[in-house]
Design a protein around this ligand. Structure first.
Ligand SMILES: [Zn+2]
Ligand SMILES: [Zn+2]
Length: 287
């Protein structure tokens, strides 16, 4: 994979973390101008150099789910998730190909390199009311897959808190469920925690206008906290607006430790233990 844009102006690497952590939600396959935003080995090396030694690569459609599986097979420090993103479901339904795509994801979910089904869920921000039936159907099918194949469920929830909880309750919450890029307040955090979910915080928690996210983190028990980039999106302060990558996770972790009121090292250890539990056990670190 040598097609990356080497000249991309990445920020300087932050100081290494005192103990390793996992970026549990990343899109290494993101492309600009036909090439990968960052070469996979480069992304993993830069991340490992600051203590982000493992990555969960997330699928959003059939192609990116296949890519995630292939990358996890080639890279011991990477595990894969597979799914149709909630914004993808209405498009496929319109083409009449949603059912066959779900069948394909179900087959991919059985690969040994796949730890989770996701990112699935609901997105009422980018998809209008006309797409909701397809999103609901797709979300339900993904929840069933997580149960069927004993995989973690990774949930994308944008402006759809109530319906996410309702569908989860109706289908049954999988024993390992992650709210990716948690985006609610402390009340919604409690609802998710009551259902046994892990809350994964992204760079958004560092944004000035995100007090409700910090309140949510403040009520999250230490054994349910995860960290992610959602790279190349949601870059933490002070680089908001620029492309994100896993090597910037230390900025988010240090900020979060300040909110939780524990040391960086304690939070790193918590995140590592939580990620292993949330994703069905440890896997190899990038050295
Ligand atoms: Zn998402
Ligand atoms: Zn994502």
């Amino acid at each position: 994979m040598t097609e990356a844009h080497d000249e991309w102006p990445w920020p300087d690497a932050p100081d290494p973390l005192p103990s390793p952590v996992v970026d549990n939600h990343c899109h290494l396959d993101h492309r600009i101008k036909g090439g990968l935003l960052i070469d996979v080995d480069d992304a993993l090396d830069r991340a490992a150099a600051v203590g982000v030694t493992r990555i969960v690569q997330v699928g959003c459609d059939i192609e990116s789910s296949q890519w995630a599986v292939a990358t996890a097979q080639a890279q011991p420090a990477v595990v894969a998730t597979v799914a149709l993103h909630p914004n993808e479901a209405p498009r496929l339904a319109e083409q009449g190909t949603l059912e066959e795509a779900l069948t394909e994801i179900d087959a991919l979910a059985q690969s040994p390199d796949v730890r989770a089904v996701g990112e699935t869920g609901l997105d009422y921000f980018r998809t209008g009311v006309e797409g909701r039936d397809a999103q609901h159907h797709s979300f339900r099918e993904h929840i069933r897959m997580a149960h069927r194949h004993d995989r973690t469920l990774v949930i994308h929830d944008r402006d759809a808190h109530d319906d996410v909880l309702r569908l989860l309750d109706e289908e049954g919450v999988p024993p390992r469920t992650v709210m990716h890029c948690f985006s609610g307040d402390d009340d919604f955090a409690r609802e998710c925690l009551d259902r046994g979910a892990y809350l994964s915080f992204a760079g958004t928690v560092t944004f000035k206008n995100a007090q409700s996210l910090r309140d949510a983190l403040g009520v999250t028990p230490r054994d349910r906290i995860l960290v992610e980039t959602d790279a190349p999106f949601l870059t933490p302060m002070p680089y908001r607006g620029r492309p994100n990558a896993s090597f910037l996770v230390p900025l988010t972790v240090r900020f979060m430790a300040g909110i939780v009121g524990i040391s960086d090292e304690e939070l790193c250890r918590d995140i590592t233990a939580n990620t292993d539990r949330a994703f069905g056990g440890p896997w190899a670190e990038r050295i």
